[in-house]
Design a protein around this ligand. Structure first.
Ligand code: EPU
Length: 425
């Protein structure tokens, strides 16, 4: 077991390169199941969730060759299994994309229930509604999701999502790619990773239109068998995390290999709080600098293009040291405020009532041992440690390793005093 130790008080300065998007990559790797041929995938983040995806592909019979930590060649021609055991799926959320992909290619899938961060109840009823609309029968038995198509191929249909869901949108897209006829997903999610999955599938010969809007139309094709290369979109949340870290530490950071339009909801809030933002003309770099204390803001998380829920804990750290009283409302997940107890021990003044946290800005945070209660909470603890007075220890950092590539190295390059050490017995 390892922990991070951070000596706070250094403003972050310099430039940082953003990795490929976790939440795009964890859907694109299962999507390779649909392709009888070689896929060359670049700009993959080197994180544990990606390794788990590749282990599942190998278990299914695919050949997976790592060219580097960020580049892989996958050949799913000889996949010969349609089940994924719970021991593999329980380790991360996105394992549920193997249901849509296996169902689409083989007409059946038996996939263990997904794991992932504890953010309250995480149902998959909308995924199932989509599969059933396309003719699949779905049962959940002993923690295994069993889906099969009694008449061979799935058939296209209209699916109206009752709730905007990233996972359901992508899973239904995967299951519809090889179906007979056309599937229309209404009230679809619009996140950049939805567009990235559609771009990947279209590169491989799928026929998907409207990704990035709330109506996505997928016309089934006979097969996807082109071998092709694809580069994963930059990670919006990693970029946003460094933006907030730059502002909170009153630093000056240039973030490269990002897509600035994906960052607009975050930039807009930071500007409102007094942070200076400069975007490069090519839309691939953003400079964030903030010599002065930020001021209060009210933030409500929403599906894209709203303020991302995956930036909510990081934003709470910044609001904790901003002047005035801020309100932070979570409207995507039932329970995403566990980390506030850790921040309170560092001196933050936060009161959570239902889905809203009322945050009274304090002068500074104080170091103390804290836990990374989930992935984004872990990122928030790092930012808190960087700005706190004294040495902060962060435990349970395996959550952070699931989703951020070489995170402490990137912070070290920006001047943060952060190191990874073994936990004492
Ligand atoms: N929901 C349902 N039924 C469903 C699916 C979702 O009620 O069938 C509800 C959820 O309970 C939640 C809301 O709909 O209240 C949105 O859930 P969504 O399906 O969009 O979330 P997800 O696909 O499980 C992905 C990301 C999360 C991110 C959310 C929202 C992946 C692997 N995970 O989860 O990322 O918070 O979208 O943007 O893509 C993270 O990266 O730290 C993370 C938690």
């Amino acid at each position: 077991m390892e922990k991070l130790v951070i000596t706070g008080g250094t403003p972050l300065k310099g430039s940082v390169k953003i990795s490929g998007a976790k939440n795009a990559a964890v859907a694109i790797l299962p999507a390779t199941v649909l392709i009888k041929g070689k896929c060359h995938i670049e700009n993959l983040p080197d994180i544990s969730d990606i390794k788990l995806c590749c282990e599942i592909l190998e278990y299914l019979g695919a050949s997976v060759t790592y060219i580097s930590g960020n580049e892989v060649e996958i050949d799913c021609t000889n996949i010969n299994k349609t089940d994924v055991p719970f021991s593999m799926t329980k380790k991360f959320r996105a394992s549920y994309y193997f249901i849509g992909a296996l169902l689409s290619r083989f007409g059946k899938a038996e996939v263990g229930s997904p794991g992932g961060c504890n953010l309250g109840v995480r149902p998959i009823d909308q995924h199932i509604k989509g599969f059933e609309a396309m003719g699949a029968k779905v049962e959940i038995e002993g923690g295994i999701i069993k889906a099969y198509s009694p008449f061979g191929k799935l058939h296209g249909d209209n699916v109206y999502l009752d709730i905007v869901s990233v996972g359901a949108t992508m899973n239904i897209m995967l299951s519809a790619v090889l179906a007979d006829g056309t599937t229309v997903i209404e009230n679809a999610a619009k996140e950049p990773h939805i567009v990235d999955l559609a771009n990947f599938l279209n590169t491989m010969g799928a026929n998907i239109k409207g990704a990035g809007t709330d109506v996505i139309k997928i016309t089934g094709v006979e097969s996807l068998n082109r071998s092709a290369s694809y580069s994963i979109v930059p990670d919006q949340i990693e970029a946003g995390t460094f933006m907030i870290a730059a502002a909170a530490s009153r630093g000056d950071v240039t973030i490269t290999n990002c897509i600035t339009t994906h960052l607009s909801p975050i930039s807009a809030k930071l500007i409102e709080m007094g942070v200076s933002i400069e975007e490069s003309d090519d839309g691939e770099q953003i400079r964030v600098y903030c010599p002065n204390r930020t001021t209060k803001a009210n933030i409500k998380t929403l599906p894209y293009p709203g303020f991302p829920t995956d930036m909510q804990p990081q934003a709470a750290v910044l609001l904790s040291v901003s002047e005035g009283t801020s309100y932070l409302t979570e409207s995507v997940w039932d329970s995403r405020f566990q980390y506030t107890e850790e921040l309170k021990r560092m001196g933050a003044n936060i009161r959570v009532e239902g889905k809203t946290a009322c945050i009274e800005g304090v002068d500074h945070l104080n170091a103390c041992p804290v836990n990374a209660t989930d992935l984004r909470a872990g990122a928030a603890m790092i930012i808190a440690g960087i700005i706190a007075e004294g040495d902060t220890e962060i435990h349970s950092i395996e959550h952070i390793d699931r989703g951020y590539e070489k995170f402490e190295e990137k912070f070290q390059k920006l001047g943060a005093k952060i190191k990874r050490v073994m936990e004492e017995e």
